[in-house]
Every structure is written in C-alpha cells, then in structure tokens.
Design a protein around this ligand. Sequence first.
Ligand code: PEP
Length: 259
Amino acid sequence: MAKNTKIKKIIIGNWKMNPQDSIKAKEIFTSIRKTARTLTKIKTVICPPFVYISELRKLVNTDRIAVGAQNAFYENEGSYTGEVSPSILKNCGVAHIIIGHSERRAKGETNEIVNKKVLKVIGEKMTVVLCIGEKERDHAGEYLNFLKAQIKESLNGISKKELNNIIIAYEPVWAIGKSDKEAPQPADIYEMTIYIRKVLSDMFGSDVASMVPVLYGGSVTSKISLGILKDGKVDGLLIGRQSLDPQDFSITLKQANDL
Ligand code: PEP
C-alpha cells in the first residue's frame, strides 16, 4: 500500500452501536490503546458511535491510534436533522470515515448516495474507508459485476490524486456477523483483492491503483486474522465485534505488526 513506509497495515475497528455508555467506551479504548501505542508498523483506527468521538479523542496520546467515524452525511452544514457532516467530524479530530457499510446499504444507501458522501469526505481532505461486498456468490460470477459496479459508481468523479485518500474495505455481506469458520479462505480473499485492484487499475491506471490499501472485513477473530493478513495479502482489516473485545483484538493487532 502506502505512502508512509513505516506503517504497513491499517486495522480499523467498527464498534457499530456499541457499547452502551461512555465509561465502557473509554475502558475498551484505553485497553486497545495500551497495545496499539507499542506497535510501530500498524495504524489502529477505532470508529465508535458519534457521541463517544470527542471523549475518546481526548485519550489519544500517540499517532499509532486514531478515532474514526462510521458514517457521515453528504452535505457539510444546513437543515439536516440527525445527520453529522464530514466537516463537523473533521473539527472533532476525525480523519477516517467509513462510508457505504453494508448495514447502511441494507437500509437504502445506494451507490449514488455513497458516491455523494465519498465526494464530500474527499472534499474535506479526509480519508474514506469505502465498504464494498456482494450479498451472495453465484456460479456465473455475477457477483464480480456487482462489485465492479459498486466500485465504479461509488468512486465516480474521483481524480487520480484523490484516490490517495481512499481505502477499500472488501466485506462480503455473507461473511459479516458470522462465526470465523464462515469467513472466506485467505486464498479467496487474495483473489478478490486482485480483482478489486484490476477494477481500480482500469479506472485510474495501475500506478495509482496499486497504492490503494485494500482491507478485508467479515467475522475476523484472532484465530483467522494472521492467515488473512499473510496469505490473503490484504493491507489491513476492518473488524466489527472483535474490536469490542480488547484482548482478542490486541492479538490481531500484534499479528499485523509482527508480519
Ligand atoms: C463489519 O460490520 O464491518 C464487520 C466486519 O463485522 P464483524 O467483524 O462482526 O463480522
């Protein structure tokens, strides 16, 4: 991947709508930070519910861990009740925003809406963690066209230079929220990263496409993370449930650092 040669992997935790109070959020974050701050080759980004962002930011005392966001709106300000904008998040110290998570797409977020969000986040010079992933696999390989359309439509209007601020998270929907036994095999994940890079290369050229970090997400635990990082040859992981379990998550962080 990356421009920063020291940082080899990025591990992103998506806390979704957890935990239930800020005391617990701070406890989990502090525990993860203890490990993350010692690891020189990876960057850890924790994406909590919006309401915890400012408090967790106060606990950041190293650039090896950051607080990101799980979503943002496609306008920066105005009469949009309940929305949170990229510029507001930027002012709270956020640099990474997950866009197009499958749980949001399932609630009606189309590629067109995702694209508007991507453009707004990029406009703020923040980093987009763009989630893509098929709902199911079919023998005819139609899911590959589905993924291609997600990438093309979500990144519509992005320049080569702006691609620097894009991270792709490949998260097959069928593997999210399951047991780690149901996650795809590392060789499968590797093939998917090759396919994703091919689509990016056709859009932007191979020179810039090869620089885009491609992460994997879907039922990762410490039992399978090393294999995915090593043989899946991904640039990092987007982790849901495990990122709320500091002990198991820290094992994955160390694996990523020791590669
Ligand atoms: C996710 O929701 O992005 C995710 C990867 O979840 P989990 O790790 O719990 O499958």
